[in-house]
Design a protein around this ligand. Structure first.
Ligand code: ADQ
Length: 471
């Protein structure tokens, strides 16, 4: 029987990675913003994290890691294909991102989604103490709040959506739309990255279910469900510290040298995802080279495209398109030993990413739609030299906060080219001024503040400053 907790996080993935040491399976924490932010609350409450450990078949037994109870939930190969790759990443993901790719609807995916959501809800119902707080994360688990409330009406339930929440007209495409909406309404507090998303949600509740709302508060079966915006952030201090490390600084110089010490290094860092606008960014770069406004080897581009969801068809097609465009640019504008675009389809350590951020004169973050986009925030936090320019899409959640970036509309190729050129040509004093304002914002709006404000609104008492204090 698993240990019971007064604070439970439910997310698709567990914050752990499997490692094999001397032929034996072991677990080590996988560093991520969410776990960093929630670690103090989790350890203080002997908290439990429920999620999938990776792999298919049987789940490992629950175990403790760094003061957190880890509670794995199994997924079969078929569930992975239907619940995760299908319903989550080929239906909901594109639909919630303005349908920039056509969402695929399949009955058997929905059924698997329901079944897996039920399994996560069941696990939470088993480990939560009487009156506990349960915080459910993201689009893979939208049915969990209502399923859990049904089993455990005593619980305080929060839900946070990391991706955008679409306008009513788009949401209405979803075949089991009312069930999803009712699923979310099982929570006491539903959090979004943006105020507009929260508004979409409350309006949808009236439109689809005829529910009354006042401000951001919806009346459901005599209960009040609050909706609100809680823009997520990064561990700013940690990122600043990492970037200031002499090893990272030295590595940044080395990266520039390896690139041939160009005048301008333009960087993109994204999961290889069609929402991130990688192709349009490459196209803008190609056109500027063709126009003679940028020249190789004075300007080079580095595009890191982290492998992602490789079994989903949309992603396979995207990879082909991006790699074709990179090949085209290098074919037309590269020289022997001097490509115009350095394309890296790999994962990196946080230190190596920080070194890339420090090395880049211009960071291009050009999603067609993005809940927040943490890469933009990481870049700003890494620039203790106050150098560097951020080109940022208006359609990233981060654009609401990072107003001093070079904002652009990613649907307008000329606008993107113009923002990139302005960023390349900006005077150091102007860049400094812009960076200073954005850095100041991120120091007070970090990921700990995000978690604190959400939990406060949910009514969870403040966590002590000392994360590991015994009760
Ligand atoms: P993502 O779509 O994954 O997140 P993002 O917010 O940019 O997008 O986070 C990506 C993270 O992965 C960053 O922390 C970045 O450093 C890291 N990363 C990227 N490439 C890497 C590589 N090659 N190697 C190692 N690490 C890499 C979703 C939503 C976002 C929202 C977040 C958090 O789509 O809009 O900001 O959740 O809520």
């Amino acid at each position: 029987m698993a240990e019971r907790s007064s604070f439970v996080v439910v997310a698709n993935r567990l914050p752990v990675d499997e490692v094999i040491v001397d032929g034996e399976r072991q677990w080590r924490p996988s560093p991520g913003g969410l776990v960093t932010a929630l670690h103090p609350v989790l350890t203080q409450h002997r908290g439990t994290w429920i999620g999938w450990a990776g792999g298919d078949g049987e789940a490992p037994e629950p175990f403790e890691l760094e003061g957190i109870n880890i509670h794995p939930v199994p997924l079969s190969a078929e569930e992975l294909e239907r619940y995760y790759e299908g319903q989550s990443n080929a239906t909901i993901w594109p639909l919630y991102h303005d349908a920039v790719e056509t969402p695929v609807y399949k009955r058997r995916w929905r059924e698997a989604y329901r079944m897996v959501n039920q399994r996560f809800a069941q696990a939470a119902a088993e480990v939560a103490e009487e009156g506990a707080t349960v915080w459910v994360q993201d689009y893979q688990l939208q049915l969990v709040p209502a399923m859990l409330r049904e089993m455990r009406p005593d619980l305080r339930i929060g839900f946070f959506l990391h991706i955008p929440f679409p306008p009513i007209e788009l949401f209405m495409q979803m075949p089991f739309r009312a069930e999803i909406l009712r699923g979310l309404l099982g929570a006491d507090l539903v959090g979004f990255q943006q105020r507009l998303a929260a508004q979409n949600f409350v309006r949808l509740a009236r439109h689809l279910l005829g529910l009354r709302y006042e401000g951001q508060s919806i009346q459901v079966d005599g209960r009040k469900v609050k909706a609100g915006a809680f823009p997520i952030s990064i561990d700013t201090a940690d990122m600043e510290r990492m970037a200031a490390d002499p090893k990272v600084q030295a590595r940044a110089k080395e990266i520039r040298a390896e690139l041939g010490d160009p005048e301008t290094v333009i960087l993109g860092v994204d999961r290889l995802d069609y929402t991130k606008g990688i192709e349009l960014r490459l196209k803008a770069f190609r056109e500027l080279l063709a126009d003679g406004k940028l020249k190789v080897p004075d300007a080079v581009m580095v595009q890191v495209a982290t492998p992602s969801r490789e079994r989903v068809e949309h992603y396979q097609t995207l990879r082909v398109k991006v790699e074709r465009e990179v090949g085209r640019i290098n074919g037309e504008f590269g020289k022997v030993g001097m490509p115009a675009v350095h394309y890296l389809h790999q994962s990196y350590s946080k230190q190596e990413l920080a070194a890339m951020y420090v090395a880049a004169d211009v960071m291009m973050v050009t999603p067609l739609r993005d809940g927040m986009n943490l890469v933009a925030k990481e870049y700003v936090a890494c620039r203790s030299d106050r150098g560097g320019a951020l080109v940022l899409s208006e359609f990233a959640g981060a654009a609401t906060e990072l107003r001093q970036s070079f904002l652009c509309n990613p649907h307008d190729p000329d606008g993107v080219k113009d923002a990139l050129l302005r960023a390349v040509a900006a005077e150091p004093a102007e860049l400094k001024r812009r960076m200073r304002v954005m850095q100041r914002h991120l120091r007070t709006h970090d990921v700990a503040e995000w978690a604190r404000s959400f939990l406060n609104e949910l009514g969870v008492p403040e966590t002590d400053a000392a994360p590991d204090s015994e009760e």
